[in-house]
Design a binder for this molecule. Sequence first.
Ligand code: IMP
Length: 222
Amino acid sequence: MKQITVVLATNNRDKVKEIKPLLEDIGPGIEVFSLNDLEIDIEIEETEETLEGNAKLKTDAVFDLLSKRFDNLVTFADDTGLEVTALGGAPGVYSARYAPVPEGTSPTYEDNVNHLLTKMNGMEDRKACFRTVVALKGRIEKNSKPHTFESAVEGSVEGAITLEKTGGNGFGYDPVFWVNSARSTFAQMSIEEKNRISHRSRAVRKAVEELRRILTPKLSVF
Ligand code: IMP
């Protein structure tokens, strides 16, 4: 396999730690970098109204920036949202900035969780789902010809919003997200347990399979 550079459009160390080994496992020719590794400091504003749109914004921006620097380049980005049925799918794409805060500041995880619990006060239907979309964009040499591709895959987990925070692990909405299949909140799980079943790991594993398929040279049939 030719040398292929995969750039993760994120600086989140936890995401990098989770995603890098899965991608490197595809083959010896794959080199994986985060934006930090390449000393790239770009702010990509998430202005789209869908998870897929925002993930693509990130792969597009990083691809445009680096396509001259690397011959065989793949960019990889994810976007996640919590979708609550009784709230019409909110906070969805706005999950990171759900609680109202003074202009110029960002809500903390705790602000967002408290806002969600207040909004759902007295609601009986607590159904919710975590969804991650992973976008890929690349240009590689395949069967001795340049091959460009764009793709998006998703992973999700069904659950419910609890009445109060439960568990001390994880981040974001983990203390109030009850996972139906595990009969506990994400915040009650170890990181390994969460990574086995989470929306993000499901989407990442699908993206890795998609990339493996794209990068494998087609065999000629005689
Ligand atoms: P991002 O697209 O991964 O940055 O996620 C957007 C927001 O969704 C984060 O700021 C968190 O509030 C929330 N979120 C994403 N993934 C998780 C998760 O695995 N558990 C809990 N909250 C999450």
